[in-house]
Write a protein that binds this ligand. Structure first.
Ligand code: C2E
Ligand code: CA
Ligand code: CA
Ligand code: CA
Length: 277
């Protein structure tokens, strides 16, 4: 038994140190990635369910590292831990706003969703930064939607109200991303200045097979309506999803049913049709 313990312990140590090494080198690679221009934004269309028209996009970060494509779920947490998310996040915001400005020349209503990370949300100067970037990109504030998660808002609700107020005073829209996964009390919904709830894609995947997930989706739609909020459903992959969401007056949909996230040229090709349904 002793031997087994010792062996499994050293195995554990080995795995741990591999992880640490991997994380260190990823962190080092990340640091250089910013300067080397290894990042690219992909854009996933958002569709208005009423008429099936594209109304905008969510900007999603892609990292083409020298070792190949690294998915955001792998490098964003490291960017968070190392603080690199701040320069990266600023690059994302400016890049997405400049792209939105370009697309609005042809599609005046076009709006852009950008993900904010917790470290960005903690910045005192976030409203100032957003204002500066909007100005630099010549983008009207109402064309920008900032996506935050429940985890970012529950820590200090009074402070959050302050931040969101000053962001909304600029004219940007605020959405709660991954809504329903945060296990948090819903009471914050009535206190925070919000515009949109984004139903997490994990619920959509189980619709309509799981009765529970279907009910969660319907409840979120009802809740949003009673609070006068718009709803974006993510992970919309099937005709069944579209029908259910349409029947229950969901505002926007986003998902593989219409399109995967696309690089700029392909997104522009997609926009020429502008229709999805
Ligand atoms: P998210 O904000 O929830 O983004 C939606 C994710 O769902 C994207 O994954 C998108 O590609 C994926 N998706 C969209 N429609 C479908 C569908 O129909 N089926 C399936 N299976 N997946 C779908 P992605 O691009 O891998 O991004 C993962 C996460 O990384 C994002 O989740 C977000 O939390 C984070 N992220 C991405 N870009 C940024 C960024 O610029 N800044 C920050 N802070 N986080 C980012
Ligand atoms: Ca998002
Ligand atoms: Ca989401
Ligand atoms: Ca997410």
């Amino acid at each position: 038994i002793k031997d087994i313990r010792r062996n499994s312990f050293s195995y554990y140590e080995q795995v741990m140190s591999d992880r640490v090494i991997e994380r260190m080198s990823l962190a080092e690679m990340l640091r250089e990635a910013v300067d080397n221009g290894e990042f690219e934004l992909y854009y996933q269309p958002k569709i208005n369910l009423k008429d099936g028209m594209v109304v905008g996009a969510e900007a999603l970060l892609r990292w083409h590292s020298r070792d190949g494509m690294v998915p955001p779920d792998r490098f964003i947490p490291i960017a968070e831990q190392t603080g690199l998310i701040l320069p990266i996040g600023e690059w994302v915001l400016l890049q997405a706003c400049e792209q939105a400005h370009i697309w609005r020349q042809e599609y005046p209503e076009f709006h852009m969703g950008v993900n904010l990370s917790p470290a960005q949300f903690d910045l005192d100067y976030l409203p100032r930064l957003v204002a500066d970037i909007l100005k630099e990109a010549q983008l009207p504030a109402e064309a920008l939607e900032l996506e935050i998660t429940e985890g970012m808002i529950i820590e200090d609700i009074d402070n959050t109200v302050q931040i969101l107020r000053s962001l909304r005073d600029l004219g940007v829209e605020i959405s709660i991303d991954d809504f329903g996964t945060g296990y948090s009390s819903l009471s914050y919904l009535t206190r925070l200045p919000l515009d949109i709830l984004k139903i997490d894609r994990s619920f959509m995947f189980e619709v309509p097979d799981s009765r529970d997930s279907t009910n969660v989706v319907l409840s979120i739609l009802a809740l949003a309506r009673s609070l006068n909020l718009k709803v974006t459903a993510e992970g919309v992959e099937t005709e069944d999803h579209v029908t259910l969401l349409h029947d229950h007056r969901c505002t926007y949909i986003q998902g593989y049913f219409c399109s995967r996230p696309l690089p700029v040229a392909e997104f522009e090709e997609f926009m020429r049709h502008r229709q999805c349904r």
